[in-house]
Ligand binder design. Structure first.
Ligand code: CMP
Length: 139
């Protein structure tokens, strides 16, 4: 397994608010190389599959609605210690608790609409990256 990669999505609120350029700039400026990237619209089935781990949570239906209401930008990022460093860069799930200067502190409005996703483990980075990208889309 490649352990220097992580997976991210810029969520619909980031695209709606025109924040994608600023967020991608911050990602690059923090030392992450983009090895795959695309703008795409998740279907209900895509979102239900991607977030299956949350299927019993009370916010699941709202989460699926949010993630399918408009396009997202999916990307695979490369850097030493990618998973941990990217989670530090994006900040806590709840933007009210996200450290100053983190992406969620700067660009997210609420715990449900929190601007970006970051994989929580090397294993999930691999699973989530291959959910969105085929081998010939990754460089
Ligand atoms: P993320 O951590 O990327 O993946 C799961 C998502 O579910 C999370 O971002 C939020 O968008 C959403 N989420 C997590 N916790 C809550 C919550 N308590 N209430 C509403 N949405 C949540």
């Amino acid at each position: 397994m490649i352990t220097n990669r992580t997976f991210t999505m810029l969520k619909p609120d980031s695209l709606e608010k025109g924040n994608t350029g600023a967020i991608l700039h911050k990602i690059n400026a923090s030392g992450f190389k983009i090895v795959a990237m695309k703008q795409t619209l998740m279907s209900m089935r895509d979102a239900e599959t991607f977030y299956a781990i949350h299927s019993e949570r009370p916010f699941f239906a709202d989460l699926v609605q949010y993630m399918t209401r408009g396009p997202i930008i999916a990307a695979i990022l490369e850097k030493d210690n990618a998973v941990e460093d990217f989670r530090a860069l994006i900040g806590a799930t709840n933007p009210a608790e996200a450290a100053e200067g983190t992406i969620r502190n700067l660009f997210a409005d609420s715990i449900s609409e929190n601007a970006v996703h970051g994989s929580d483990s090397d294993e999930n980075a691999q699973i989530e990256g291959t959910f969105h990208f085929s081998g010939r889309e990754i460089f």
